[in-house]
Design a protein. Structure first.
Length: 169
């Protein structure tokens, strides 16, 4: 999945701002996906938000450094951010259709997150997870082992750097 970046900026209104931004992005081999701008003529301010996809390998720190000269020329306040999909751990039980639907959305790049592991208290869905090339962690839970299982789950969240847990029955 290609990572999307966003540039948000504001500066005094004047000609050439959009040209400078789009020229910079072209020079850095970036494809503009969405662009919005607003001129506040009453206050002489300009606002811009541009989403783009780099066609090469670049990060926000590098973009920020490279954009300094353009920003200085126009007196811009700006910020680059990346919209990387959130790492997701899916917790399942025995209901395969739930995991199957999530895997379909993940493969189609429409899920809005990146599944990094599947955790279950039953081993039944291991083949489905492994067929998707995802780690499957069997974490049995009983009333006696529940505190330990919860601790292990927290450790898995850290190990996989997951931002989100999806409960899929």
């Amino acid at each position: 999945m290609a990572q999307t970046f966003t540039l948000i900026l504001t500066c005094a209104q004047r000609p050439g701002i959009v040209h400078a931004v789009s020229s910079f992005l072209l020079q850095e081999n970036c494809d503009i996906a969405e662009h919005q701008q607003f001129d506040d003529t009453q206050n002489g301010a300009f606002f811009l938000r541009t989403s783009f996809v780099p066609l090469g390998d670049i990060d926000t720190a590098t973009l920020t450094s490279l954009f300094q000269e353009t920003a200085a020329e126009f007196g811009m306040n700006f910020e680059f951010s990346s919209e990387a999909p959130a790492p997701v751990i899916v917790m399942v039980s025995r209901m395969g259709h739930c995991l199957n639907d999530l895997l379909f959305g993940w493969r189609a790049k429409s899920l809005g997150g990146d599944i990094v592991a599947v955790v279950s208290n039953h081993p039944d869905l291991r083949p489905m997870a492994e067929a998707a090339d995802l780690p499957f962690i069997h974490l049995p839970v009983t009333p006696v082992t529940k505190p330990q299982a919860e601790l292990e789950l927290l450790q898995l969240l850290e190990r996989y750097d997951a931002d989100l847990v999806v409960l899929a029955r």
